[in-house]
Design a protein around this ligand. Structure first.
Ligand code: GDP
Ligand code: IMO
Ligand code: MG
Length: 434
């Protein structure tokens, strides 16, 4: 089995810059596969001064000769996907069954999932999760519930779809009216709209697991594109302030339909500081002028929702845990340029909980953690034009080495700006990144 396949995984709370890394690697791969999440993701790729924000379509779509796959582990919103496809086509990207396949076993995000997401967040008030309102949690809940689920394969069978929609809409309408006093949805209208989506997607709905397993036998290289970030993982993140899928490399095999050994190298994408959107613990958060400065310099506003992101120092205690979870073989350190101009930089190396040093990391410690910091000198000279490690100011080199040591992983590449060429190849062992 080929071990050349690579997974690109976010090691923080999402928005680490996965899109840029996937774009860089895609040219050396045959398949780019999403295996988790849905339209809650927002992956940015900058090509020749043009900015693309992708939500459901894998970032490999901007490369010729790459087959892009939306795996069974994704929750697929066909309305959003078709809108995204339309927008990409208008910008000259050709999309069809030859370069996009959607798993027939992926679950469909229906209008009631989005409504449920919004209504339940509203009813939680201050205790809300701070979701993207894309219907992600309710759709995965129906997947687990089975009898109220609709899958992508159903979109291609109008009669089956209609029967399911009428059944589920009736249940949802009664619940929404009783619990939230909401207006009923027109089930026939929904059924027709989604059947039309099915018609437009015809030819792209495939058994993608089988496709990928065949590719493995033929030794065609696969890139697994992570969504969200490891601290948002349903099992291993800061529960309940998480998303609803398995977003670490552990989620790749079941979310793509490939054996675990199909994942060879794992690139863990790490922002040079931390950001988080939505609620939940964030021990290194700087709700002060430092956080404000990181937000402005890093343009930390959500790619999907436009919400300002909470910002703070890098947390290497948490990173060691997320790197271990995914079996990360090397790091991609992004947005290093954003730290330029700060007098000094802090890096969290451990937590104190109830006055005692925690001997091992666990997400549940985060809510009551007091951070232990190592302070490093900052640098003033711009790094945006650096293209080799030794062109970086000495203090920036020291910062990168320190992160690598504290997380216990080599740093493969360093990103010093959003554009493709603003990348420093450092210690990578991944073919295509060098
Ligand atoms: P993703 O969800 O992990 O793909 O990340 P997002 O696209 O949501 O957010 C990352 C943002 O940072 C995007 O606007 C990128 O264009 C931008 N970006 C990526 N790498 C760098 C970098 O090295 N420096 C700067 N300044 N911006 C970057
Ligand atoms: P990418 O792939 C950042 C966050 C939401 C919220 C929590 C639950 O661009 O890194 P959900 O809508 O999934 O039920 O929201 O998860 N979240 C993300 N934050 N980047 C993402 O994706 C995210 N996807 C979900 O802000 O806190
Ligand atoms: Mg994002």
């Amino acid at each position: 089995m080929s071990t050349e396949n690579v997974a690109v995984i976010g090691l923080q709370w999402g928005d680490e810059g996965k899109g840029k890394v996937v774009d860089a690697l895609a040219k050396a791969c045959r398949y780019v596969v999403r295996f988790c999440g849905g339209a809650n993701a927002g992956h940015t790729v900058n090509v020749a001064g043009e900015r693309f924000a992708l939500h459901l379509i894998p970032c490999g779509i901007l490369h010729e000769d790459v087959c892009n796959v939306v795996g069974n582990g994704v929750v697929f919103d066909p309305v959003v996907a078709l809108e995204e496809i339309r927008g990409l086509r208008e910008r000259g990207v050709s999309i069809g069954p030859e370069n996009l396949a959607v798993s027939q076993a992926a679950h469909v995000v229906m209008p009631w999932h989005k409504l449920q997401d919004t209504l339940s967040e509203r009813s939680l008030g201050r205790g809300k999760i701070g979701t993207t309102a894309r219907g992600i949690g309710p759709c995965y809940a129906d997947k687990a519930n089975r009898s109220t689920a609709i899958r992508v394969g159903d979109l291609a069978q109008p009669d089956v779809l209609r029967e399911k929609v009428l059944h589920v809409a009736d249940i949802r309408n009664r619940i929404f009216a009783a619990v939230y006093g909401a207006e009923p949805m027109d089930a026939e209208e929904v059924s027709e709209e989604y059947a039309e989506c099915g018609r437009q997607l015809a030819g792209m709905i495939r058994d993608t697991g089988r496709m990928l397993r065949r590719a493995i036998h033929r030794r065609e290289r696969i890139l697994f594109e992570g969504g969200q970030g490891s601290m948002l993982d349903i099992d291993h993140g800061t529960y309940p302030f998480v998303t609803s899928s398995s977003v670490t490399a552990c989620g790749v095999p079941s979310g793509a339909g490939v054996p675990p050994a199909a994942v060879g190298q794992v690139v863990g994408v790490v922002k040079a500081y931390c950001s988080r959107v939505g609620s939940g613990p964030f021990p290194t958060e700087q709700a002060n002028p430092i956080g404000d400065r990181l937000r402005e310099r890093g343009r930390e506003y959500g790619t999907t929702t436009g919400r300002p992101r909470r910002c703070g120092w890098l947390d290497t205690f948490a990173l060691r845990y997320t790197a271990d979870l995914s079996g990360v073989t090397e790091l991609a350190l992004s947005l290093l340029d954003v730290l330029t101009g700060l007098e000094e930089l802090k890096v969290c190396t451990g937590y104190r909980v109830a006055g005692r040093a925690a001997d091992a990391f666990a997400p549940d410690l985060m809510a009551d953690a007091e951070c232990t910091y190592q302070t490093l000198p900052g640098w003033q000279r711009s790094v945006s034009d650096c293209r080799a490690f030794d062109e970086l100011p000495a203090e920036a080199q020291q910062y990168v080495r320190c992160v690598s040591e504290l997380v216990g992983r080599p740093v493969g590449v360093i990103s010093v700006g959003p554009d493709r060429q603003q990348t420093i190849v450092y210690q990578t062992k991944v073919r295509g990144l060098a």
